[in-house]
Design a protein around this ligand. Structure first.
Ligand code: IPE
Ligand code: IPE
Ligand code: MG
Length: 270
């Protein structure tokens, strides 16, 4: 990177730090989930092959993971590869799988050094042996870590996750350890692969598409959605700060009224 670019980046990062520092920790999202989209389009815009966009996308993953750590975020979930992405051409799939392998090997030490808890969601058995092996090694390496959680969705599809959860619950009913009337929202949440993690508060999608693409359907029921036209390889700490600042200004009502209006409604009733 040219010296001028490095300086501009440092300056932008400082501004990002300053703007998030003004937001009390309790008003920042605890869990941020990201649909990292637009790698291919970014590469095409630069006159490069699509795969170059994926390579650059990994750098953004690193930057955003560090930024979340700096911003005091507890959980960062990243949609890395969907169960529908297998529809892509074979050479791109091969590249993505080898990039994933290289990422898991290359980042392992940094993940441990940064004390990151690593959670991998998605169907492992559909992945190449090598990727499965590196996932396992990474989980083992980070076993003792107790800092921010990095949840990577790999070969993940939310509908499949829900089907698996239903099968698991049905099995428990069948063997008689659970009664159908005992099934509640907690039972379902606890049988998903995200069990134990808080639901995402903020869902970010890059590249401007206004869809969810089978990501955490159950878990995002009350997430605040923030979409940017910025393509994932160009996403950065400053953009993340923008999303967090925007989040802190949202009024989350969870189906109720905002507290001020609720008081008025209460007074009118009495
Ligand atoms: C996101 O970028 C990465 C993956 C889904 C693996 P894309 O590869 O979807 O890039 P676009 O959307 O085609 O630009
Ligand atoms: C969503 O991106 C999946 C990931 C980011 C892994 P896609 O590029 O696959 O989504 P669609 O096809 O535009 O819905
Ligand atoms: Mg895409």
């Amino acid at each position: 990177m040219a010296e001028q670019d490095t300086k501009a980046k440092e300056q932008a990062n400082k501004q990002a730090d300053a703007s998030v520092a003004k937001i009390p920790l309790g008003q920042r999202p605890k869990h941020i989930a990201v649909i990292m989209d637009g790698n291919g389009r970014w590469a095409q815009q630069q006159g490069l092959e699509r795969i170059e966009g994926h390579v650059r996308g990994v750098e953004t993953v690193r930057d955003i993971m560090n930024a979340c750590n700096d911003f005091g975020i507890s959980v960062l979930s990243l949609y890395c590869f969907s169960s529908e992405n297998w529809k892509r051409p074979e050479p791109e799939l091969e590249f993505l799988m080898s990039l994933l392998t290289r990422y898991l090997i290359g980042e392992r030490e940094t993940l441990v050094k940064n004390n990151l808890r690593v959670r991998i969601i998605g169907r492992r058995d559909g992945l190449p042996e090598k990727v499965q092996q590196e996932i396992e090694e990474t989980i083992q390496a980070c076993e003792e870590c107790d800092g921010m959680t990095l949840c990577l969705a790999i070969n993940y599809g939310s509908r499949r996750e829900i089907v698996d959860s239903i099968q698991d619950i049905a099995q428990r009913v069948k063997v008689g350890v659970m009664d159908p009337s005992d099934i509640n929202e907690t039972t379902v949440s606890d049988s998903l692969q995200t069990a134990g993690l808080p639901d995402p508060d903020l869902l970010i999608r890059t590249s401007g598409e206004l869809r969810i693409s089978n990501f955490l359907l159950w878990q995002i029921s009350y997430a605040e959605i923030w979409v940017t036209s910025t393509l994932w390889p160009a996403f950065n700490k400053a953009k993340l700060a923008e999303a967090i600042c925007d989040f802190s200004r949202r009024k989350r009502r969870f189906g109720g009224l905002d507290p001020r209006k609720a008081n008025v409604a209460e007074e009118n009733r009495s």
